[in-house]
Design a protein around this ligand. Structure first.
Ligand SMILES: [Zn+2]
Length: 54
């Protein structure tokens, strides 16, 4: 029996997702890890907003 992944929100992407992920990549490239974790929070929060939407 397979357990279906319910992380449907991870599949949905909008321009804001792309922006946030790009920002996180840039922060990673600069080794600015406090900014990386900031972006992680923003990305998770933003994607949760996806899940709540229609
Ligand atoms: Zn998004």
């Amino acid at each position: 029996m397979t357990t279906p992944k319910t992380h449907r929100w991870t599949e949905r992407r909008c321009s804001e997702c792309t922006d946030l992920e790009r920002g996180r990549k840039e922060a990673e490239a600069e080794r600015d890890f406090s900014r990386v974790s900031d972006f992680n929070v923003l990305i998770v929060r933003h994607r949760m907003a996806h899940a709540e939407g229609p």
